[in-house]
Write a protein that binds this ligand. Structure first.
Ligand code: NAD
Length: 478
């Protein structure tokens, strides 16, 4: 496997020779050492992307789409190997990793389809002899900084539309999961991507980010990660007026109304809450349940959560893998302890479970009843397999509780009354609303949040738009 960085079509290591370790989160085993690049490598990357820009942006959108098709096919062909690598680096169960590969390939398909539809727009002429056109131009050299929890999909969402639009890109993946990113770069190179169109470097996050945002040639940054880092990057982006997309943290409410199909609600809640062991931005973190079904829903959720197999992601049938590192375990413990201190009732889980040959990072699926908005788990992302539940008495209560957060990424509503779902959905401050489902991710839909969950959309035509700068030309014949 290639562990060096891809810059201008060459695989390189930093001159300093510095590296950092990539370890299996389940066992702590060393998987690889990858380059620890810094500002020098970051600028070198931009040189390469800048050099590749004129030729790549001059290609027709259809030609660029053809290349994206190749990458999509390469991803699907490498599904098994890529899934194994994603599980090795991130710890998530193999079935989830395989689904991530499919989802990532979908982003290349979706961006290719959008590229084929990309045309300039002739505007209606009012008054004689004036020709008005809106021309879609690529933003230029763009940067991407991505998190560890979807090490392939979070890059696919940015690389596919950026390249479709005619931009060239520099990418920095998360420290925990650089190998998946480097493998994507390898696949793209093998598929015939010209040198410098996609560059991937690993290394020191603040130095690389500062170099890119201060460079002046990087015209956009698309960042997915925590709200804390997103805010820092927003400040840094101001100096060079760098365009931003920020896909940040979430604190999704899941509202269960009294008429909901409880079997379906529990199944969806389990799938949504416990994917990647609760370490996703859109997983429900605040369960709000109508008083009349509160006890029944909670009992059923507890029964289903307790049955989820915990273990290394490589083991068939496992649903809950390790948390990504020891700090994550500490944070989840802190949130559970805080909830119990504040009167929460622990219904299952509450701590780690031992797994043979593995580190102490496997947190049991946890359900906490009688949760309140003052608890840390209601206020901040726990990023772990913890489901806090609170009851509500009226629709207005449910909406008030759901909106009592700075975040606004996803929200879920369970009810048989679709008119009610429509009314409530309209009142929720959230970029995404799932009705009777938590499976909302779709490469053809606009994914993104509001408030502290960020801004910008990924997927479909909305994802491509983020990488376009429309030039308006107004011409008269004399
Ligand atoms: P993180 O913010 O710690 O790291 C994300 C990326 O930023 C990594 O590449 C990291 O190396 C880099 N980074 C860290 N500190 C930096 C700094 N000072 N300057 C520049 N870059 C820096 O997040 P994480 O732990 O990797 O991922 C989890 C977070 O990502 C959660 O908050 C989750 O909700 C969020 N997330 C959001 C979405 C979304 O679509 N909204 C999707 C996935 C994850």
């Amino acid at each position: 496997m290639e562990c060096r960085n891809l810059v201008g079509g060459s695989w390189i290591s930093p001159e300093s020779g510095a590296t950092f370790d990539v370890r299996d989160p389940a066992t702590g085993e060393l998987i690889a050492r990858v380059p620890r690049g810094g500002a020098a490598e970051a600028h070198r990357c931009v040189d390469a992307a800048e050099q590749a820009l004129p030729e790549w942006s001059a290609r027709s959108p259809a030609m660029r789409a053809g290349f994206l098709d190749q990458v999509s096919s390469a991803l699907r062909r490498a599904r098994t190997e890529l899934a194994a690598l994603i599980t090795r680096e991130s710890g998530k169960p193999l079935a989830e990793s395989a689904a991530e590969v499919d989802y990532s390939a979908d982003y290349f398909d979706s961006a290719a389809a959008e590229a084929r539809n990309l045309v300039e727009v002739r505007l209606p002429v009012r008054g004689g002899g004036t020709l008005k056109r809106a021309i879609p131009e690529p933003v230029g050299v763009v940067a991407a900084i991505t998190p560890w929890n979807f090490p392939l999909a979070m890059i696919a969402r940015k690389t596919a539309p950026a390249l479709a639009a005619g931009c060239t890109q520099v990418v920095k993946p998360a420290e925990a999961t650089p190998l998946t990113a480097l493998t994507l770069a390898q696949l793209a190179t093998d598929a015939g991507l010209p040198p410098g169109v996609l560059n991937v470097i690993t290394g020191d996050p603040p130095s690389i980010a500062r170099a890119w945002l201060g460079d002046g040639r990087v015209r956009k940054l698309s960042f997915t990660g925590s709200t804390r880092v997103g805010k820092e990057l927003m400040r840094l982006a101001a100096d060079q007026v760098v365009r931003l997309s920020l896909e940040l943290g979430g604190q999704a409410p899941l509202i269960v109304f009294g008429d909901a199909d409880l079997d379906a609600a529990v199944a969806a809640a389990i799938a949504g809450k416990f994917r990647v062991a609760g370490q996703t931005c859109i997983c429900p973190n605040r369960f709000l349940v109508a008083r009349e079904v509160h006890a029944e829903f909670t009992d059923r959720l507890v029964r289903a959560a307790t049955r989820l197999p915990v273990g290394p992601g490589t083991l068939a049938g496992v649903r809950i893998g390790p948390l990504i590192n020891d700090e994550a375990v500490t944070k989840v413990r802190r949130h559970v302890a805080d909830a119990i201190d504040r009167g929460g009732v622990l219904r299952c889980g509450g701590g780690t479970v031992p797994v043979d040959g593995c580190l102490d990072r496997f947190f049991a699926p946890t359900v906490i009843d009688s949760a309140t908005p003052e608890m840390l788990c209601f206020k901040e992302e726990t990023f772990g397999p913890v489901a806090p539940i609170a009851g509500f008495d009226s629709i207005d209560d449910a909406v008030t509780l759901a909106n009592a957060t700075e975040f606004g990424l996803a929200a879920y509503i369970f009810t048989r009354d679709l008119a009610c779902a429509e009314r409530v959905g309209a009142k929720l401050r959230s970029g995404i609303v799932g009705v009777n489902t938590c499976a909302v991710s779709d490469a053809y839909a606009p994914f993104g949040g509001c408030q502290w969950s960020g801004f910008g959309r990924e997927g479909g035509r909305w994802g491509l738009e983020e990488y376009l700068a429309w030039k308006y030309v107004c011409a008269t014949s004399s």
